[in-house]
Design a protein around this ligand. Structure first.
Ligand SMILES: [Zn+2]
Ligand SMILES: [Zn+2]
Length: 245
């Protein structure tokens, strides 16, 4: 039984990029890197994005890239995440548009960086360390999407299948705690979220999650998390969902 669970989790685990805010501060040479807060990456001609809800500038929160080689050298588009902490959009279909923004730059580079939009003085700018790690879906997702795996955990310990799952997850080399990540599986706070592509109406895929980070003084509601989705067919279509306790 345990062997069966071991194999099932090995087959299910996915690699993600774990991002940890580490070095406080900002310098222009790091403008196009993965980082939190401070001045957003911007190029000549960019204007500071304004919230459509309250008319104040949106706060720059986080920027990330998704493609990386074995040495974690990053390539591909840079995605720059802005959010209004006064209007607090949570990603419902009826949310007013323009209370958050993800701007993508296909060829961002420190040399093209200008200005400093989106600075929110409440947040501490931080550079990040990155690590490739494996993750699994949270247990609620297992119950919904992989009932055969949940059944194995329940057979091993009907009283506490969640602990069985978490321990076996560690055994197969996965990180079982929530953290800021790109790709992999999301760690939901209020259960599985879905976002639909406005162009093709298909479900979007999980892309990244930005946790509350004490090093940045970043808090989503009450110790919440921002989830970012992307349409597999229309990679320029991104969506958010915010969940908190
Ligand atoms: Zn606003
Ligand atoms: Zn689409």
């Amino acid at each position: 039984m345990e062997n069966k669970l071991h194999n099932a989790l090995n087959a299910l685990k996915k690699e993600c990029l774990r991002i940890t805010p580490e070095k406080p501060g900002f310098a222009n040479e790091h403008a196009a890197e993965i980082r939190f807060a401070g001045p957003a990456y911007a190029e000549s001609g960019d204007k500071a994005p304004i919230c459509s809800g309250c008319g104040k500038p949106l706060s720059f929160v986080f920027q990330f890239k998704t493609e990386q080689d074995a040495k974690l050298k990053l390539s591909g588009a840079l995605h720059v995440v802005y959010y209004c902490f006064d209007c607090v959009p949570i990603g419902r279909p009826d949310d007013e548009k323009g209370q958050w923004l993800i701007k993508s730059y296909s060829e961002a580079s420190a040399g093209k960086f200008v200005g400093g939009t989106g600075v929110n003085p409440l947040f501490k700018p931080c550079l990040c360390s990155m690590q490739k790690v494996f993750v699994l879906p949270d247990y609620e997702t297992i119950e919904n999407d992989y009932p055969e795996v949940a059944a194995l955990c329940e057979e091993l310990d009907p009283e506490d299948p969640v602990s069985v799952y978490e321990e076996e997850g560690l055994e197969v080399g996965c990180e079982m705690e929530p953290f800021t990540r790109v790709n992999g599986y999301p760690a939901w706070i209020q259960g599985q979220g879905t976002q639909v592509c406005p162009l093709c109406k298909h479900d979007m895929e999980f892309f990244a999650q930005v946790d509350s980070e004490s090093a940045v003084d970043l808090m989503w509601g009450d110790a919440g998390c921002l989830y970012i989705f992307r349409c597999p067919k229309h990679p320029e279509q991104l969506a958010i969902e915010m969940q908190c306790f």
